[in-house]
Ligand binder design. Structure first.
Ligand code: FRU
Length: 326
């Protein structure tokens, strides 16, 4: 017989495309494996804010005890989040924000800091002089506006650095390449690209390859995920010069959710740290990641063992009861 969960968490995810969002969900599931009393119901909005609003209302109708929301675009998703919040459902914003103060907690990186870090790193690399092309994420996403804002702020300290071109992506390479090709052809003075994520940075590398620019133009991305053709791997292969680490925060979101649900003390702002990943530390990070993966496998093995022991115990209990009654 299925046990009824003690807590139900609704998760409105803006999109499940790409490995970063998958890593977020894997992190949530990993943390939830320690809490069998919690049920998670995720709805994927497929990068559509209208749909995301409907799905948030659907989760509220279902009677979830808490909502985790990673909004596609800030403004359009705000009304549904505010409605839920005003009904007394705690809301945790994950990675991206709404345009409102009405939420219970935020979990994610500081995207302004991500932009500032990129600017400072580029200033050092280019000795404070050079021309930059910026590739932005989806225009309405808070991560886009904050990364851009931080980047502009960071660059303002270096009058010799100029953003001479901007290309708007949608966090993927779906529409990026034709526009980027044109921009790079129109701006042969560009020696640096700041891409709001590694995925678009990867696409930018391919465009540079086609244009014969890989020697002249260096690319910096954001995310720094492990795995083939992801940030760490791209830095290691020198396709990205660097990546600014931006954690998906799945585990932290669940941990914060549980504190809220159990009425334990929690912080409203839970900011995940960031670092620059480049050739000086990429190997160390990859090794650390491999270690985490193998420890995770150990934990899963132990959980399996525990489960089998519990089953053995339960069946022995049955035998024992039977012996006692006969
Ligand atoms: C994934 C993603 C990441 C990025 C984050 C910003 O959907 O685009 O690459 O860091 O979202 O919110």
């Amino acid at each position: 017989k299925e046990k009824t969960p003690v807590y139900r968490i609704g998760f409105s995810q803006c999109s499940m495309s790409g490995p970063w969002r998958k890593a977020m969900l894997t992190g949530m599931e990993r943390e939830l494996s320690f809490h069998p009393e919690v049920e998670l119901h995720m709805l994927d909005a497929h990068d559509d804010s209208q749909k995301q609003q409907e799905q948030i209302r659907e989760l509220v109708q279902e009677g979830v005890d808490l909502l985790i929301v990673s909004p596609y675009e800030s403004e359009p998703v705000t009304p549904a989040v505010e409605e839920a919040y005003r009904r007394g459902i705690p809301v945790i914003l994950l990675d991206r924000r709404t345009a409102s103060e009405q939420y219970t907690a935020y979990v994610g990186g500081d995207n302004v800091e991500v932009g500032q870090t990129a600017a400072r790193y580029i200033a050092r690399l280019l000795k404070q002089r050079g021309n930059i092309l910026e590739i932005l994420g989806t225009p309405g996403s808070s991560a886009t506006s904050e990364r851009h804002q931080g980047f502009v702020q960071g660059l303002s300290a270096f009058p010799g650095l100029h953003v001479v071109a901007q290309v708007t992506g949608d966090w993927t390479v779906r529409t990026l390449k034709p526009e980027l090709t044109k921009a790079l052809q129109a701006h042969p003075e560009v020696t640096m690209i700041f891409s709001h994520n590694d995925g678009m940075g990867h696409g930018a590398y391919e465009v540079c390859q086609e244009l014969g620019l890989t020697k002249q133009v260096r690319i910096i991305g954001v995310d720094g995920l492990p795995g083939a053709d992801e940030g760490l791997d791209l830095v290691q292969k020198n396709m990205l010069h660097a990546s600014i680490l931006y954690s998906p925060g799945g585990e932290e979101a669940i941990r914060t959710a549980l504190k809220v649900l159990k009425k334990a003390p929690f912080n409203k702002e839970n900011i995940l740290g960031t670092i620059v990943i480049d050739s000086t530390n990429v190997l160390t990070l990859q090794q650390q990641n491999d270690k985490v993966i193998s420890q995770q496998q150990d934990i899963e093995r132990q959980q399996g063992l525990l489960h089998r022991l519990q089953q053995t115990y339960a069946s022995q209990q049955v035998v024992l009861n039977w012996l006692l009654v006969t």
